[in-house]
Every structure is written in structure tokens, then in C-alpha cells.
Design a protein around this ligand. Structure first.
Ligand SMILES: O=C(O)CCC(=O)C(=O)O
Length: 281
């Protein structure tokens, strides 16, 4: 993570990184999804509240459980959870030692797909699971999301949106802004090409805008990471002690370790080597 990227992530609470995946990696992930289209469900957790501007004709599509899809379709997802190009970002944001918070999932949208209320912890109180701090030249965050785009998104299409800088906001976000009814100009629909990665902090106010583009659909893979001492979401036992853990590499297994510090396996920048220092701050 270079100095420009650190500046932008610290400033905005999100960062778009171009071309993190090769076209071959994008193709492998898309082929796995295409072979499992029957597993798509509607995202029952999405909510638009009373918002008229986030409403649509149907909910977001969602795939989950990809890490245990039948072989070979699970493999591109297992490969991506410890992606060598993502490691420097996670090291800079979490310090060394970070973990898969919950199972990766995919969001899809087509015209008419509704949005999702904007949400995010901000800084209006200290929330120990989603925060942003800076001290002594380092930033540290609670849970962050790595969103890999598997299809192009132009600004205005819909999908992921953020309020840049809102991870540092001191006042609670008014409901009419969360509902995307007021001050739409401060909400940024992040554009990206297939293969790009958008990192955002769960403390940054973010959500989903209704999908408007009739030419292409949304397909985004979300992988969430917490620092080594934290677990944010439900599904803890599913992601931490899966039946198929023996099929993983040592580095991938390190990612599934429960939250703790001493003698923790830490993944080196090559994405393969695992070291076990007694404690690393
Ligand atoms: O990428 C998006 O559409 C936002 C995802 C999100 O915030 C969520 O599903 O909770």
C-alpha cells in the first residue's frame, strides 16, 4: 500500500484499487458463479426502510457458501481469501494478523433491484468492531470489506455507494441521508472495472444504490476481514471451524484461526509462508 493509497484510505474511509485481479482470475470466478446460478437467492437482510429512492421491484441477489461449493468451483474463492496482492493492504490497515470475519458472499443486481439503507459506525461513539484510528504513523481499523468487482460498474449504475470521509463523522447520520432522500450529492457510487478491488471500512457510511443500468448486471464478491483480536459477525463456527479445513493451505488455515494474539500464525507477503512469533504488536 503506497503513500498515496494510505492517504486516500485514511481520508476517505475507502479506496479503489485497479486491476488487482488478472482477467484469468476474473474469468475463473465468473465461471464458478455461472456454473452455480441455481444457488442464487434473494438477500433477505437487505432493507430500504421508508425510502422511496432506494426502493425497487425486487431485492438484491446473493450467493454464499462458495468456499464449500463442489470442486473445482470452490477453488477460485479459496484462492482469493489470501490473495497476495491484497496482503499489503490488510497489513497496513490491520497490522500483521488479520482474519476472515465471515464467509465471503456475492451480490448481484439487475434493473429494478432495490438498494440498501446507508449504514456505518462512523466516529460518533467508539464502536470496537468498526472504527478507524491513526497513531504514530499507523492507521488501524475494525472490520473492513474487500469488494472484488466481477463485472464493470459505472458511476450511476447503482450498487456500492459510500459517503467519503464519514468514518470520521462525529454526529449520527440523519435518517433522510441514510435513506438517500436528502443530500444525494455527498453519496458516491464507486465506479470500477471487473478485476478492480474496493476496500472500505465498516465504519464508513455505505450502502447499495438501486441498479439502473439495463446493459449490464452487477456481480460483486465481498470478503470481510477483521484484525486478529476481533470477530464481528455471526456464523463464527461455520467460518472458523469448517469441515473442509484440511483441504486448505497453511496460509488459508491461518486466516480461519479464532481471534487471539499469542503464537498466532501470521501470513507473510508471499501469501504462503506462515510464521508464529510469540507476540507481534
Ligand atoms: O456493496 C454493497 O452494495 C454494500 C454492501 C453492504 O453494505 C452490505 O451488504 O451490508
Amino acid at each position: 500500500m503506497n503513500e498515496r493509497e494510505k492517504f486516500l484510505f485514511d481520508l476517505q474511509g475507502f479506496l479503489a484499487v485497479k486491476d488487482i485481479l488478472t482477467p484469468e482470475e476474473v474469468d475463473a470466478l465468473n465461471a464458478a458463479v455461472d456454473a452455480n446460478l441455481n444457488k442464487q437467492v434473494e438477500d433477505d437482510n437487505s432493507a430500504t426502510g421508508d425510502s422511496k429512492t432506494l426502493a425497487g421491484t425486487h431485492k438484491r441477489g446473493m450467493f454464499s457458501g462458495m468456499l464449500s461449493w463442489p470442486k473445482p468451483w470452490c477453488q477460485p474463492f479459496r484462492d482469493i481469501i489470501v490473495h497476495q496482492k491484497a496482503i499489503p493492504y490488510l497489513d497496513a490497515i490491520h497490522g500483521r494478523g488479520w482474519r476472515l470475519d465471515h464467509s465471503p458472499f456475492i451480490l448481484t443486481s439487475d434493473p429494478g433491484t432495490e438498494g440498501l439503507l446507508l449504514h456505518g459506525a462512523t466516529n460518533h461513539h467508539f464502536f470496537g468492531a468498526a472504527y478507524h484510528i491513526y497513531t504514530n504513523g499507523q492507521m488501524r481499523c475494525g472490520m473492513v470489506v474487500l469488494q472484488y468487482q466481477l463485472a464493470d460498474v459505472e458511476e450511476g449504475d447503482g450498487g456500492l455507494c459510500v459517503i467519503p470521509g464519514s468514518h470520521k463523522a462525529n454526529f449520527p447520520c440523519p435518517q433522510e441521508i441514510r435513506e438517500w432522500e436528502a443530500n444525494q450529492e455527498i453519496v458516491y457510487n464507486v465506479p470500477a472495472k471487473a478485476g478492480d478491488m474496493i476496500i472500505f471500512n465498516e465504519a464508513t457510511i455505505h450502502g447499495t444504490l438501486p441498479w439502473k443500468n439495463h446493459e449490464r448486471k452487477r456481480r460483486s464478491l465481498l470478503v470481510r476481514y477483521s484484525p486478529k483480536y476481533l470477530h464481528y459477525a455471526g456464523g463464527y463456527y461455520d467460518v472458523t471451524f469448517p469441515e473442509w479445513v484440511d483441504e486448505l493451505t497453511e496460509a488459508q488455515r491461518a486466516l480461519l484461526e479464532p481471534p487471539y494474539i499469542y503464537n498466532r500464525p501470521l501470513i507473510e507477503e508471499d501469501g504462503e509462508t506462515v510464521v508464529r512469533p510469540r507476540v507481534e504488536y
